[in-house]
Write a protein that binds this ligand. Sequence first.
Ligand code: DGY
Length: 328
Amino acid sequence: MTRTVRPRVFVTRQLPGEALGRLGERVDLRVWEEELPPSRDRLMEEAAGAEGLVTLLTDRVDARLLALAPGLRAVSNVAVGYDNIDVAACTRQRVAVGNTPGALTETSADFAFALILGLARRVAEADAYVRAGKWRTWSPTLLLGTDVYGATLGIVGAGGIGAAVARRARGFGMRILYTSREPKPALEAEVGARWVDKATLLAQADILSLHVPLTPQTRHWVGREELREMKPGALLVNTSRGGVVDPEALVEALRGGRLGGAALDVTEPEPLPVDSPLMTLPNVLLAPHIASASHATRGRMASMAVDNLLAALEGRRPPHCVNPEVFA
Ligand code: DGY
């Protein structure tokens, strides 16, 4: 009887590019082919027999799943964010966790800027207006928006994506304020951004753009109080994680006219329920979590995730590992 020595790997969705082909040459590969993610039970069942998992942000990897997967050695997330994974529980079980930083920085910053421009200049509303046959004449008061040029952009989180948004903002002649754990002198010198505290950022930003990971500290970073402190009529853009904004407080601020509008690539929950009040508000621009969705970037993310997984399965520290102490 022949016995396979290839490690068993479960991938929770088809991925673009060549990465899965490469993975399939080295491991005993099972790929979830459906459009929707595997159910929780199915993921636990697959994890139970696997040494490696390639996961997406829709797949929860927690202590309960890990308890059923004693052979698991690596979880490789196809995302820079990893709030779907209980990293501490993985570390306790000596399961390496990989992610894909850098691969999506510029693509995500492009999309954040697309939302900034789209919201400020009402692009989706304009498109819907023309398609609905409502365009009867040029009008001096039709679909008036907010100037991006010369506006103050408030960036929350000056990591890779926040900094890439700041570079784009400089090209648009914006005044750039940011808040982060500590000042970033190199970014300040490069784009003329100024580090300020949270209260100043909220009070002065015409457009607030969020670029922080979701952690217990950033959950509902924008809540009722923050929305009250924001400049009246300001715009909010979220391409980070839905949980960074309190959804009820957001709807209240939009309905009350306190907030001028919101552009949301991410929501709490995801997908956004069809009966969410956000669906009916005209000053809300919505996207289905696609900031990193370019052909090249998604291919790069898949490839990095496979590199991370293969390294961990070979007992090496993955090139991008969020719990390197597993290899100490
Ligand atoms: C990430 O990578 O965390 C994004 O949200 C999806 O690309």
